[in-house]
Design a protein around this ligand. Structure first.
Ligand SMILES: Nc1ncnc2c1ncn2[C@@H]1O[C@H](COP(=O)(O)OP(=O)(O)OP(=O)(O)O)[C@@H](O)[C@H]1O
Ligand SMILES: [Mg+2]
Length: 507
């Protein structure tokens, strides 16, 4: 917040007549603006449609109408800062726009400024050049720490430094009001702040974030051991494990930006996205881009808010699942002024320019209709191609899902299963294991390899029906992406070689 207030102070001193303060935290913004006005020794007036203009000496009569308020402001002789709440509802009225343009000179002469405080940026084209847009970020570490400290002091509660820090970090991504509410709820419920309440704060936060409709906060329940195969991708991810640390910056590593996982359905793209968060030990936010674009008018604000939340929680992973659902057929700048195009434009601009440690993992299984700008160099660090699992990967994936069914993989012939399940996806392998469990249970006996084999034979893998599409995609991916899987011919070679030398030794 300090940075934004400095900008505000600078703009006021430089006599910019119109400032637009973008925030959904009106109270916090008002406090900040008041502070800056005090520092500059300028009186602050504020306007809302309910109260009209209110100055240091009290309300000004008959100024509830925006036009009347502007007329009054135009007549001010003394340098004044005027805060206008929710003015985005009125700013597009012709009578308001005309006045705003006419009063520009008077404002500069009296060294006054209008500060619009509003959650969405509605700026008429005629005023675009004259308005400075400022954004109030969500409370950062320091601010939250101050808030929490004050609260603890008021309640006479002492807290260890570690726990204090955990609470502060867990509260990032929320507005000041939300943080206060979460804390008082926790206090009312349990009267203390311990590890248990930390979980409460995190649960509250995921509730609040979910309410923003476009974002979902995931807990870290998936780990890399749940993902079978994709070794190339895993090595790449593992090498970037501590990439957000101070140490990495000092060493001179650039901040990783993001990853695009392209590939066949049901082969572990979403699964991997979830597992990265656990591997890197950072929170995972999933953004529903489909809803974003369908949400039309609310979409731009929604994306904006989602990005701000992600940035305030950084380091964080922002998972954009099934990206083609949102941006298929959208093109930036092609004369298309539709909401989808604008949301897309905002998104890739942010992707390109972001400075904060927000790692974007985008997943998708069709690129044909995706705007080419999205995959251009510089947006993502790497594009991986996630293919159907090969035989070795299938063996591992069978093992994983047998284990998940609380059985010992060693009791099953995973190699034979892998051989039989040709062209199966990970999802289909999982399904075969589940199906076999049902069968055996119905017959009141323990599940065995044969049950799974039977389930495999009863399944027609999607890859067979979608053969042509997968081929086309693979063709596209060949020189544009990096394979997520090792070239298994090498593994086969070593296996054969090992078997041969074992046989030699036996001779
Ligand atoms: N490589 C894998 N290892 C273990 N399980 C897997 C693997 N791939 C898929 N699965 C199983 O299949 C389920 C579905 O996979 P996932 O959702 O990751 O597929 P996807 O690649 O995102 O597919 P889609 O393109 O349809 O979104 C997973 O939850 C997991 O149980
Ligand atoms: Mg998926």
């Amino acid at each position: 917040m300090e940075h934004t207030l400095q900008e505000l102070s600078l703009s006021l001193r430089a006599h910019y007549p119109y400032l637009y303060f973008l925030t959904w935290e009106e109270e916090r913004a008002t406090r900040g603006i008041q502070r800056v006005a005090d520092e500059l020794e300028r009186p602050l007036m504020s306007w809302s449609v309910v109260q009209g203009l209110v100055g240091p000496k009290g309300p000004v009569q008959d100024t509830a109408e925006p036009e009347a308020a502007l007329d009054h402001i135009q007549g001010l002789k003394k340098s004044t800062v005027v805060l206008l709440k929710d003015f985005h509802h009125y700013i597009e009225r012709p009578t308001v726009q005309r006045r705003l343009r006419d009063m520009r000179r008077a404002l500069v002469d009296s060294q006054s400024a209008l500060v619009f405080v509003s959650p969405s940026a509605v700026i008429p084209a005629e005023l675009e050049k004259d308005i400075v847009i400022l954004e109030l970020p969500l409370p950062g570490l320091k601010e939250v720490a101050r808030l929490f400290h004050a609260l603890l002091k008021g309640e006479g509660i002492e807290l260890g430094l570690d726990l204090f820090e955990h609470f502060v970090k867990a509260s990032l991504g929320l507005t000041e009001e939300e943080i206060k509410r979460v804390y008082s709820k926790v206090l009312l419920r349990s009267g203390s702040f311990t590890e248990d309440q930390l979980a409460e704060v995190i649960a509250e936060k995921s509730q609040i974030i979910r309410r923003s409709r476009f974002l979902e906060f995931h807990d870290l329940s998936t780990s890399m051991t749940d993902v079978g195969g994709l070794e190339n991708l895993k090595v790449w991810l593992d090498a970037r494990k501590n990439c957000f640390s101070e140490k990495a910056r000092t060493y001179g590593l650039p901040q990783p930006r993001g990853l695009f996982l392209l590939g066949v359905q049901g082969c572990g793209k979403s699964l991997t996205a979830k597992a990265v968060a656990d591997l890197w030990k950072v929170p995972l936010l999933r953004i529903d881009v489909g809803a974003l674009v369908l949400g039309e008018a609310a979409a731009e604000e929604g994306l904006h808010r989602a990005i701000r939340i992600a940035e305030s929680m950084a380091p964080v992973i922002l998972w954009v699942d099934e990206i083609e659902k949102a941006f298929a057929g959208v093109s930036e700048g092609a004369g298309d002024s539709g909401s989808a195009a604008r949301v897309f434009g905002n998104f890739i601009t942010w992707l390109q320019e972001k400075k904060s440690p927000v790692f974007v993992v985008a997943t998708g299984n069709d690129v044909r209709n995706l705007p080419p700008e999205l995959l251009r160099k510089g947006r993502f660090d790497e594009i991986f191609w996630v293919d159907l699992p090969d035989i070795h990967e299938r063996e591992t994936i069978f093992g994983i899902h047998i284990q998940k069914a609380n059985r010992n993989p060693a009791d099953f012939d995973c190699w034979e299963l892998a051989e039989t399940a040709e062209r199966f996806s990970g999802a289909e392998i999982e399904q075969a294991v589940v199906e076999a469990m049902f069968q055996a249970f119905a017959e009141d006996r323990e599940v065995e390899t044969l049950d799974i084999l039977r389930a495999i034979r009863q399944t027609v893998p999607l890859a067979r029906t979608m053969d042509q599409r997968i081929k086309e995609l693979k063709e596209w991916a060949r020189d544009r992406t990096r394979p997520a899987t090792y070239d298994t011919r090498r593994i086969d070679f070593f296996r054969n070689w090992e078997a041969a030398s074992a046989a030699n030794e036996a001779d």
